[in-house]
Each structure stands twice: as C-alpha cells, then as structure tokens.
Ligand binder design. Structure first.
Ligand SMILES: Nc1ncnc2c1ncn2[C@@H]1O[C@H](COP(=O)(O)OP(=O)(O)O)[C@@H](O)[C@H]1O
Ligand SMILES: [Mg+2]
Length: 336
C-alpha cells in the first residue's frame, strides 16, 4: 500500500474500540500499570489526561513518554501496512435503520467472493458504499471498514489515485467514439508502460471468453451488446486494474459466464463483494450477508447442498438465455 496510508487519529478512539483495532496500545498501557477497566467509553486522549499524578509518580510515568511510545507503535504499524498488499477488509458492524446494533464483524479475504442479499431498499448498495469509502463511523450506518485489520485515514480515503475499489455497475453505456481495442489500450497505457498492445489483446480475448457472442479489437464500443460490454469491463478490471477490491451492484448478468468471470477475479486475488438477486451469483459466493432494514442480520456460508444446486441452475439459466436470444432474433417460440 501507498505511504499515504496512516491510521485514523488514534487519540480520538475509545478504549473499547482500541481493544480490537489496536491491541498493542492497550497492552502497552496495561503493562505501564494503567487500569483500563470501566474506561471503555473514554477515548485515548481522555485516559492520558485523566491519569492521576500519584500513579504517574509511583510508576515513573510521564505523559510525553507515553505519547512517544504510542506514536512509535503507530508508526511501526503504518510501516508494516505500507509494505503489505491488501489481504483483507473487515466490516465492523454499526446500526440498522432503526438504530439497533448490528453487533457483528466480518472479514473478507483476498480471493474470496461474498454476496449481499436482501429486499430492495434494505441497504445493499449502502453497504457497498461503506466499503467503497472505507467508512469510519461517519456514514448513516456508523460502520467501520478496516484494511488489513486497521482503520485508514481521511487523506487516503479520499484520494482518487489510491483507489482501492473498482466498481462494476449497471451504467456501462459507452459513449466514446473508439473501438473496444482502443479503449482497453488506453487503460493499459495509463497503467503499464510496456506491453500495452499485448495486454489489450488479452483483455479482448478474455472478454470474448466471458461473453457468449464474439467481438473483436476493431468493434466500435457503441455497438457492443450489454453482455459484451459487461464482459469487457470484467476482463479489464481483472487484467488491468490494480484495485484489490471489486464491488458489484446488482449488475444484470445476462450474456456472461458468471462462474468464469468470478473465477477470474478470484484468481487475481481480488476481494469481491456483490449485491445480487441472482441465485447463481448468490450461491457462487462462499458466504452471503443477509440485509434487513439497513442491517446485516446474518452471514450464511454456502452449504454443500446449495453448491450442488448450482449445476442445475445453470441448466435453467442456459435455457432462459437461449430463449432470450431466439426472441431477440425475431423467432416465434413454439417449444422451449
Ligand atoms: N443502516 C442504515 N442506516 C441508515 N440508513 C440506511 C441504512 N442502510 C441503508 N440505509 C438507507 O436506506 C436507503 C435504501 O438503501 P439501499 O442501499 O439503496 O438499498 P438496496 O440497495 O438494498 O435497494 C438508502 O437511502 C440508504 O442510505
Ligand atoms: Mg441497490
């Protein structure tokens, strides 16, 4: 990760939060003989300010030494974060729409697929937005999103160059006057100095594998079908984007090989989070979060039984796809 990654202003964190965000600091304070019991709701600043002079004298403590050590621990942590890739994000529960605590924590690891399911209006897109902006208790849900187990500071969160997240969204209507190949090549050139030609060929080939209907390097963007443009965006994200987190919000999946597409992103070690009503996608995920009234109410691991249904679902799905194609081609349907 980049050097602009710094931990959120640590002195404003409450002791209760620090216990799981930064156990090293808690351990240090305890080793200094500072009693933290019953102080869960005080922030670190308050704890340091309220230390009794007696205790400080007894223990030979000094506020500036305590601060220096805490800052040192902080710096160590930042340095280790800089060298690490994003290996996980953690969603620490906040509140649902009524203000009830979610009381949960879920870790999403690199190379994993997690689904988000729930009725329309229940808060699926909100949860994706919390991850996109690395929420820090400052969104309507009060959730906190940690990277590799740690909070990330505001400068990093809002700097676009450091984008951690790639979004695959419904609005992939290309308005550019370019061919598919030129479009991908521009991306490749902006990210990699060499090999942009070969890389863009690879993206197009991959997109063709994901989309049923073939297109070429020279196909104008504006004449790609919905399935082809989604396939192009997925291949582009997998092969060219450095963003370690991929968010997918209820994209319509007609015309792409979902299993292959997710498999490709997983192989690149991305953390994939997808809001979906599509049973195939929901069951392809290793686990799914159930959202109700704005809150994560449950996390279900996909069972073996559920996985076994997948191949059956794919058969249904192919038949639907086939029917769609035939109707689109102007056929009359007398058998399905
Ligand atoms: N935990 C929450 N607290 C407050 N508002 C929430 C919460 N979760 C969702 N909302 C709000 O509810 C509305 C619907 O949520 P949204 O994420 O768009 O639902 P979905 O994507 O499931 O259809 C949005 O305005 C969103 O900001
Ligand atoms: Mg939504």
């Amino acid at each position: 990760m980049d050097e602009s990654v710094v931990l959120a202003d640590i002195y404003k964190n409450e002791i209760g939060q620090l216990k799981h965000l930064f156990p090293e600091i808690i351990q240090y304070l305890v080793e200094c003989g500072i009693n933290l019991r019953g102080k869960e709701n005080l922030n670190l600043e308050q704890v340091l300010e309220n230390l009794s002079e007696n205790l400080m004298q007894d223990r030979g403590l000094d506020r500036s030494i305590l601060r220096d050590t805490i800052n040192y621990l902080l710096e160590e942590k930042e340095n280790s974060l800089k060298q690490e890739e994003v290996s996980s994000i953690t969603i620490v529960g906040g509140t649902d729409k009524t203000g009830n605590l979610e009381n949960m924590e879920i870790i999403l690891k690199a190379g994993s697929v997690t689904g988000i399911v729930g009725p329309t209006g229940s808060g699926k897109s909100r949860l994706l937005a919390d991850v996109e902006w690395l929420a820090n208790g400052d969104t309507p849900t009060k959730r906190v999103v940690l990277v590799n187990g740690f909070p990330v500071n505001a400068t990093f969160r809002f700097s676009m160059e450091q984008k951690l997240v790639a979004q695959l969204s419904q609005n992939m209507n290309f308005v550019m006057d370019a061919t598919a190949g030129e479009f991908v090549r521009m991306h490749a050139e902006s990210r990699f100095a060499q090999n942009s030609e070969q890389l863009s060929e690879e993206v197009i080939a991959m997109a063709n594998e994901l989309a049923g209907e073939q297109f070429s390097y020279n196909t104008p963007l504006t004449s790609l079908s919905g399935g082809q443009s989604r396939a192009l965006m997925i291949a582009d994200t997998a092969l060219l984007s450095r963003s370690p987190i991929v968010l997918i919000d209820e994209i319509e999946n007609a015309g792409i090989d979902r299993k292959k597409a997710l498999g490709l992103l997983v192989k690149k070690g991305k953390i994939i989070l997808l809001a979906t009503h599509d049973p195939i996608l929901a069951l392809l995920a290793e686990k799914r979060m159930i959202i109700r009234n704005g809150g994560i109410v449950r996390v279900i691991e996909t069972s073996e039984t559920e996985k076994a249904f997948l191949s059956e679902l794919e058969v249904f799905d192919n038949r639907m796809q086939n029917l769609r194609e035939r109707l689109r081609a102007g056929e009359c349907i007398d058998e399905i």
